[in-house]
Design a protein around this ligand. Sequence first.
Ligand SMILES: Nc1ncnc2c1ncn2[C@@H]1O[C@H](COP(=O)(O)OS(=O)(=O)O)[C@@H](OP(=O)(O)O)[C@H]1O
Ligand SMILES: Nc1ncnc2c1ncn2[C@@H]1O[C@H](COP(=O)(O)OP(=O)(O)O)[C@@H](O)[C@H]1O
Length: 201
Amino acid sequence: MAEHDENVVWHPHSITREDRQQRQGHRGAVVWFTGLSGSGKSTLADAVEQQLFQQGVNTFLLDGDNVRHGLCRDLGFSDADRKENIRRVGEVAKLMADAGLLVLTAFISPHRSERQMVRELLDGDQFIEVFVDTPLHVCEARDPKGLYRKARAGELTNFTGIDAVYEAPEQPELHLDGEQFVTKLSDEIIDLLRRKDIIDL
Ligand SMILES: Nc1ncnc2c1ncn2[C@@H]1O[C@H](COP(=O)(O)OS(=O)(=O)O)[C@@H](OP(=O)(O)O)[C@H]1O
Ligand SMILES: Nc1ncnc2c1ncn2[C@@H]1O[C@H](COP(=O)(O)OP(=O)(O)O)[C@@H](O)[C@H]1O
């Protein structure tokens, strides 16, 4: 892949992130959900987005399943492809957060190094890592898409938690017990966003 071109120069713009935040009444940030397939990332991100949207926050939800139909349709599930998936999503999330949106992302993002890469793309308090910690046996029992069954049957390889690694976050901003009720978990997230002064609802 082509590296950064030294002949391409960054162009400063007159309207700043602060200008946008002032108009919108809240800060731009990225709430980054990570966890096994079936842990509840999409469900939770959707619940949080609904609450925030109804309160007038400008939100956007980037979801692995959806992004892989478009922006990342050329990528599979090798380590290299997952890394590129997260790199692209991280860059898009950053652009959206700079535009003032409260971005929610729901990607397995199994590797610490890639989550760290996204963290470093953003300002310190703009990246909120939420670990949806649901035990593998619970995710496997839920199996809403039948993918664990296929992985166990050997019909699907490189499946996270079965024959591909999931590296749990060591110091996430929020560590959630994914077996609790969705309403309780989404309240915990909204509380954190308030405490961090990202929203003021
Ligand atoms: N091999 C393998 N491993 C894991 N997941 C797989 C695989 N193949 C397909 N799927 C489906 O793709 C969804 C995960 O995509 P992500 O973009 O979130 O993955 S990653 O962050 O790049 O690891 C994931 O969605 P979620 O269940 O919502 O997590 C699966 O439905
Ligand atoms: N907190 C929860 N308690 C019980 N079931 C849940 C919870 N969160 C999600 N689920 C269910 O688990 C399944 C997987 O959730 P999903 O949000 O698709 O996970 P992910 O996006 O991490 O793959 C779905 O059937 C969903 O309804």
